[in-house]
Design a protein around this ligand. Structure first.
Ligand SMILES: Nc1ncnc2c1ncn2[C@@H]1O[C@H](COP(=O)(O)OP(=O)(O)OC[C@H]2O[C@@H]([n+]3cccc(C(=O)O)c3)[C@H](O)[C@@H]2O)[C@@H](O)[C@H]1O
Ligand SMILES: Nc1ncnc2c1ncn2[C@@H]1O[C@H](COP(=O)(O)OP(=O)(O)OP(=O)(O)O)[C@@H](O)[C@H]1O
Ligand SMILES: NC(=O)CC[C@H](N)C(=O)O
Length: 643
């Protein structure tokens, strides 16, 4: 039995060319969210493409629409509605083909919902209903490619589902029917992904002949791995490869994706289209960034980031010449193959090419992180049905930035802040908070915490760190009570440096439903605040964050004259060390060899390892790094191993 690495799947084809009429529409312009691309070479005489067999191909024209949209997990009806709406837009734009992201019908990732028979059945039903609805609404002639959750019949042993095993699949909808189905071949199982737990792999390459061009499809990770469907594209003599993706945002990943598409296009000698989703799902943010590269790897078209968009691109592609009957089995196009334990899950992709391409997106790296955080907060809040958010505002940078992200995501009217001074709060704590409230126009109220702290103290008698933490816990209780009473989502304000070292109070400042900056090192928190203020200034607006909140030395203000640097090293050094430890799994020996002081390394490693229990209880928050402190890094709490 061949392993996944070398397995080249058979091709399943469907030819729908004859059913298609010429689009005959001019490219629509000026429509909202429609990005049309007419690459320079479009107007030039068609290039004659020579394939591996040396035969020149006639060149056909294909107008392909890639819909970068924001589905919601589990909202099958809402997601189907999105597909219909954007298909209509693609039809207006005269597209020959419209392609949606990975598992757009169910939302992505569905995690263990994939293991529920009822959910798989609902997804299959919704996909068939979607094909019918598209036809009923006069859109049946336009081939629509969607990702959905399917099942492989007769292969249920591994998942204990008599009806069959779940598959992350792609479907072609055309003229009221699901015409072709095929499943993702490479299942990512690293970082945040658990697809080997949830799906069985597919074993076919789907190829659709549309307007005379053979277009092959693959699903996300299939592009990242050697072998499998992408390797079969040349053998299938397809004229273009289109991948449907649910590729989460990480800093610097846009370049990696572009280079990957470029490399694959050169390898297989045909253009590559890449459609990704937008929005956020729990901790993951999807930044869109859909793109098309030609057979030489040149960037032809690129959609905006973090925004829904329809990327319409005119391609000149080799016309399919082989007289070949569709090879798809009668109904689904899926061939069954025995799944064996020798098939391994996909390994992480390591870019091989040096980063040569200049960053095409003009937005700065920090600006992109900021947009990602806003997207994450907006979608978590709205998709979970919260109209408003609540932050405890201390005048420090963490709560100031958290409030600002909330204001940008939800609007000032939907953001509430509590000012909760205690006897240790500095004057600037209140004045900086009040200044932020004035600048942003959020809803604010002040509650003195001291009487409540005093009442607790007299009831149980606490001292030292326990007394310090009591203030934080009283604040946490007040914030949760207001949320409970009024229905706001509480935002925890902890940053990644605090989470890593355990520098927060359990059931105190760590309470909340969502933690917008939990994947941002403290040094990045300052950068983000400066970026946001500079961005406002560049637009002639008042900077939203008071300068004092950015420049003051960080302090928990739990006792007089307390500063973070009393117990933690300077944040530049701390963050560099934390990034090396958390981000790369290096231990004491390697970190010391890298130049960090051995005593400091030992101290920091101990802090990080001991705080695992706190991190497990911390709210979810948007992932922006290649290794967050949630699913990207899974460590035991009970652990006597020291690295
Ligand atoms: N393995 C484990 N599994 C489950 N629970 C475990 C545990 N180990 C300890 N615990 C429990 O955890 C509790 C101790 O944790 P906790 O109550 O949080 O308190 P603790 O970690 O002792 O102290 C909090 C630290 O965070 C600092 N802080 C607090 C607030 C804000 C900021 C800031 O600047 O933002 C900094 C504060 O100055 C102090 O250094 C104990 O009750 C202990 O029983
Ligand atoms: N006086 C206060 N009023 C309201 N909330 C407070 C107050 N002090 C602390 N908090 C809450 O507790 C969180 C932890 O704040 P703390 O002052 O301990 O240090 P921090 O981690 O540097 O945060 P920040 O930079 O926001 O001050 C704050 O972000 C805020 O949400
Ligand atoms: N959905 C997927 O298969 C995602 C995996 C892929 N490597 C990515 O992050 O883009």
């Amino acid at each position: 039995m061949r392993g996944l690495d070398t397995f080249v799947p058979p091709v399943c084809r469907v030819d729908i060319s004859s059913a298609l009429t010429s689009p005959g529409h001019p490219l629509a312009t000026g429509r909202p969210r429609l990005v049309t691309c007419r690459p320079a070479h479009y107007a030039a005489p068609p290039k004659v493409t020579c394939l591996a067999d040396g035969y020149p191909r006639v060149v056909a024209q294909l107008r392909i629409a890639m819909a970068q949209v924001n589905p919601t997990v589990g909202d099958l009806a809402g997601n189907s509605g999105i597909v219909v709406e954007w298909t209509r837009e693609a039809s207006r734009a005269g597209a020959h083909l419209v392609v949606f992201p990975e598992m757009v019908v169910t939302g992505y990732p569905v995690e263990d919902l994939a293991l529920r028979n009822s959910f798989v059945s609902a997804s299959i039903k919704a996909t068939h209903a979607l094909a019918e609805r598209l036809s009923d609404e006069g859109l049946g002639d336009l081939p629509v490619v969607v990702g959905f959750l399917n099942r492989r019949e007769g292969l249920g042993a591994r998942f204990g589902q008599p009806a069959g095993s779940p598959q992350n699949s792609v479907a072609l909808l055309h003229q009221g029917e699901v015409r072709l189905v095929s499943a993702k071949h490479h299942l990512p199982n690293y970082g945040v992904f658990d697809e080997f737990r949830n799906f069985v792999p597919g074993d076919t390459l789907p190829v659709v002949r549309v307007s005379g061009v053979d277009v092959a499809f693959a699903v996300c990770e299939d592009l990242w791995q050697e072998g499998g469907p992408v390797a079969a594209v040349s053998e299938a003599r397809a004229g273009m490869l289109v991948t449907i993706n649910g590729s989460p945002y990480e800093r610097d990943k846009d370049n990696v994706r572009l280079q990957l598409c470029q490399r694959r296009a050169r390898e297989i000698g045909v253009p590559v289209g890449y459609v990704n989703m937008t929005g956020a799902q729990d901790e993951l943010i999807f930044d869109g960034d859909s793109l098309v590269v030609d057979a030489d790897g040149e960037l032809v078209a690129r959609a905006p980031r973090f925004e829904d968009a329809l990327l319409v691109t005119d391609m000149r592609l080799p016309e399919a010449t082989r007289e070949e009957p569709p090879a798809a089995p009668e109904n689904s196009g899926v061939r069954t193959a025995r799944y064996t334990a020798s098939e391994r899950p996909a390994a992480p992709y390591t870019p091989r090419d040096p980063v040569l391409t200049p960053r095409p997106d003009p937005t700065s790296d920090v600006g992109q992180v900021y947009r990602a955080l806003v997207t994450g907060l907006r979608d978590y809040t709205t998709k979970n049905g919260f109209p408003t958010a609540l932050v405890a505002l201390s005048g420090g940078i963490d709560s100031a930035l958290t409030t600002t992200i909330a204001t940008d995501a939800l609007g000032a009217g939907n953001v509430h802040v509590l000012l909760l001074p205690s006897k240790y709060s500095s004057d600037h704590s209140l004045s900086d908070s009040e200044e932020l409230v004035r600048r942003q126009g959020v809803n604010s109220r002040t509650v003195e915490v001291q009487p409540v702290v005093d009442a607790f103290e007299s009831a149980i008698g606490v001292s030292g760190v326990a007394a310090e933490n009591l203030q934080a816990r009283v604040r946490g209780t007040l914030v949760m009570s207001v949320s409970n009473q009024e229905g706001h989502l509480v935002l925890a304000t902890g940053n990644k440096s605090e989470l890593a070292t355990g520098y927060s109070t359990l059931y105190g400042d760590s309470v909340g439903g969502y933690a917008p900056i939990k994947d941002c090192w403290k040094t990045l928190v300052w950068e983000l605040a400066r970026w946001r203020n500079a961005h406002a200034e560049s637009r002639g607006e008042t900077p939203p964050i008071p300068e004092g909140s950015i420049t003051k030395p960080p302090s928990a203000e739990l006792r007089p004259g307390q500063y973070d640097t009393d117990t933690l090293p300077d944040y530049d050094l701390l963050d560099a060390l934390l990034d090396a430890y958390v981000g790369t799994d290096r231990g004491l020996v390697e970190l010391t060899a890298a130049g960090f002081d051995p005593g400091l390394v030992e101290r920091v490693i101990t802090l990080v390892d001991r705080a695992e229990y706190k991190r497990r209880q911390y709210p979810p928050g948007p992932k922006i790094s290649s290794r967050n402190l949630s699913r990207d890094r899974r460590l035991p709490i009970t652990n006597r191993w020291t690295p």
